[in-house]
Design a protein around this ligand. Structure first.
Ligand SMILES: [Zn+2]
Length: 419
């Protein structure tokens, strides 16, 4: 084992592979970027929730990733992300993962000890008053009461992150994994001034995070485009980058600390803003995609026609009839207009072209239906229940599934963001 600490590179792409059949097709997208001179670090992520729904174990993600790396001769770093874990769920990942997304969103707004809040604010007089950050025109102006309020809201969450971090470090060793702290699965976005307070607290807690996932302004629904104020997003994203650069210097956080954009797949309308901001600040980013690959599998099945198309239709029909159950765990990150979901009988009459057109994320195609896309996105449990029947079709339709998985990541994600 080398003594060099594990450090994640400037640009990285989180990739979900629900059924552990697409790692090679996903890696092919990173390889295509590498051939063009841009290194995108592949990070395979799968949350505890996904493993539970599918009935898989993190060892299967590790096996699939290692096999893909070997098959394609990938020699650059790659990681396995224990996605959205906490103290209760981390243990099944500790052996195989080397990237940990420590999710403390549930602890936000649980009030911290008043004494701890006071000690924090006393320790950080630099957070009170006018704070000038390189790259931001107007200084942040904060009162002691503002900092107290922010600390009271986030300190307990940061302390919890410290507990989880130390739990992992005790097993794996310091420097043997990339820690991320995520606060995205909560109600309200964190503002750039709040992010500064949070980073100061994380540094105090001694967690050497390399990526941080705040909740950004606007809606990051699963599998579909961003909905929100583009100008505000761009302003806040730029400010967040300046906050991070400042916090790295001021609080001694790791020099490669970068933003992590969760539910980052398919957010095509904000990619130009992200790209501009990264170039302007020379910053890196981690973009986490997830269900977009599963959607491409279904597209690949449908495109193959025959039994593949029939299975894709069956998935839609099943998802439609179990909609409430499937949507429930994702209620806050989907917006499905039920009136715009065609009946199963209608979809059963569709050609490959109609099905693919409805599902593929091409907003210029008049057949595209964001409601179907979101329903199938949360419908992977249906395929999990099909078990070997689903996996056999994945194998039978390998060419079209792999082509769609690679093409989606490369053309619609990597190209507009990084190339
Ligand atoms: Zn997330």
């Amino acid at each position: 084992m080398s003594s060099q600490p594990l450090v994640i590179g400037k640009f990285s792409l989180g990739m979900g592979d629900r059924f552990a059949h697409e790692a090679e097709a996903q890696l092919a997208a990173c390889l295509a970027a590498k051939k063009l001179g841009v290194e995108i670090v592949p990070v395979w992520n799968k949350s505890n929730r996904e493993h539970n729904i599918i009935g898989s174990e993190p060892t299967s993600t590790r096996a699939a990733a290692d096999a893909a790396v070997k098959a394609l001769g990938w020699t650059a770093p790659y990681f396995l992300d224990a996605d959205h874990i906490g103290l209760k769920t981390v243990d099944r990942f500790v052996g195989v993962s080397d990237f940990f997304t420590i999710d403390v969103a549930d602890f936000i707004a649980q009030p911290a000890e008043p004494a701890a809040v006071k000690a924090f604010v006393d320790r950080h007089p630099e957070l009170v008053g006018a704070i000038t950050l390189a790259g931001i025109d107007r200084p942040f102006t904060t009162t002691r009461a503002d900092v107290e309020r922010t600390a009271a809201k986030f300190l307990l969450a940061v302390q919890e992150a410290g507990k989880v971090y130390r739990h992992i470090a005790a097993v794996k060793g310091v420097g043997r994994f990339v820690p991320e702290i995520s606060m995205d699965e909560t109600d309200s976005p964190q503002t750039p001034p709040e992010l500064l307070v949070i980073l100061a607290a994380i540094a105090d807690e001694g967690v050497p995070i390399q990526t941080i996932a705040p909740k950004f302004t606007g809606r990051f629904n699963k599998g579909v485009d961003y909905v929100g104020d583009l100008a505000q997003f761009e302003r806040e994203f730029n400010d967040d980058l300046c906050v991070i650069a400042h916090a790295v210097k001021q609080y001694g956080l790791p020099a490669n600390l970068k933003l992590s954009v969760h539910s980052g797949s398919d957010k095509f309308s904000i990619y130009p803003a992200i790209r501009r901001a990264l170039a302007k600040h020379g910053a890196g980013v981690h973009v986490k995609t997830a269900g977009t690959t599963w959607l491409e599998e279904v597209i690949g099945l449908a495109e193959a026609g025959g039994a593949g198309l029939a299975l894709a239709k069956e998935i839609y029909a099943e998802a439609l009839s179990h909609m409430d159950e499937l949507c429930q765990p994702y209620a806050t990150v989907i917006d499905i207009d039920r009136a715009k979901l065609p009946a199963a009988a209608v979809v059963n009459g569709w050609t490959s072209e109609q099905f693919v057109g409805a599902l593929r994320h091409d907003q210029k195609n008049p057949l595209y239906n964001a409601n179907i896309r979101q329903l199938i996105h949360v419908g992977f449990k249906v395929a999990a229940k099909m078990g070997p029947r689903y996996l056999e079709q994945l194998k039978a339709c390998r060419e079209s599934c792999a082509r769609n998985v690679t093409g989606n990541l490369f053309d619609r994600h990597i190209k507009p963001l990084f190339l």
